[in-house]
Design a protein around this ligand. Sequence first.
Ligand code: COA
Length: 153
Amino acid sequence: MHIRRANISDIDEIGTLYKDTINTLNSKDYTKEQIVAWTATYNNEAGWIRRIEEQHFYVATIDDIIVGFASIDNNGYFDLLYVHKDFQKQGIATNLCSTIENKAKEMGFDEITVQSSITAKPFFTSQGFIQTSEKKKEINGVPFTNAVMSKKI
Ligand SMILES: CC(C)(COP(=O)(O)OP(=O)(O)OC[C@H]1O[C@@H](n2cnc3c(N)ncnc32)[C@H](O)[C@@H]1OP(=O)(O)O)[C@@H](O)C(=O)NCCC(=O)NCCS
């Protein structure tokens, strides 16, 4: 596995991974209505470009295939973490998390915060994140409740 910065040319592959992972993994924890609203954001090209340009956005690759991605913004907010549906439980998210933590330390932060999905909460807990509150939000008008979790680094 190799981890590198994401490029604008990765957007199609990132969007497809995101849609497929939500449909396969997150669909176990969310309603059909939520999954439809969530996946509808997969081809938001402007959103992907903004994140790649403004955040510290990394992709994990195996044989040049993108198998996961993660991003952190300039405020120490751990924004995205998705692993390819066919590459789960191989340590890819753990590696991406280390990359994000190292970047956060390099930026001078001693804590990182994530708004975790229901699906990812056990993973973040195993990585040492502790829930501090809940965050209610809407995607395409459909309500979601995420767990706000922090980790001292
Ligand atoms: C949550 C998510 C990111 C985890 O990705 P992952 O790459 O499967 O995570 P890892 O492989 O690093 O770790 C997952 C588990 O697999 C275990 N594992 C790691 N390598 C393994 C291997 N080779 N064989 C078996 N198990 C392994 C880890 O110990 C870990 O177990 P734990 O959670 O009990 O500690 C992934 O399931 C995902 O994309 N979920 C959907 C998207 C999502 O909700 N993202 C968050 C939005 S906020």
